[in-house]
Design a protein around this ligand. Structure first.
Ligand SMILES: [Cu+2]
Length: 79
């Protein structure tokens, strides 16, 4: 099966717990940092809940890379 017919199975959804986000700027910083990675379909930071929802293609980007992008932006990933 070609990759364009197989999109469903290569999409992974996760929610990470992230500490240190406190305002709209933090939300933007996390979303920009993660969004710059390859294979990211969607990233949404919820500052008030300390969560970041990410939809990604695991064949293009690893979970560790996503965590690292958040840490590089200056925040702590708890999970
Ligand atoms: Cu902030």
């Amino acid at each position: 099966m070609c990759s364009c017919c197989n999109n469903e199975s290569v999409r992974s959804d996760i929610t990470l717990k992230v500490e240190g986000m406190s305002c709209a700027h933090c939300k933007k910083a996390v979303e920009t940092s993660v969004g710059a990675l390859p294979g990211i379909f969607k990233v949404e930071a919820e500052v008030s809940h300390g969560k970041v929802d990410v939809s990604f293609d695991p064949s293009k980007v690893k979970l560790d890379d996503i965590k690292k992008a958040i840490e590089d932006a200056g925040y702590d990933v708890k999970e």
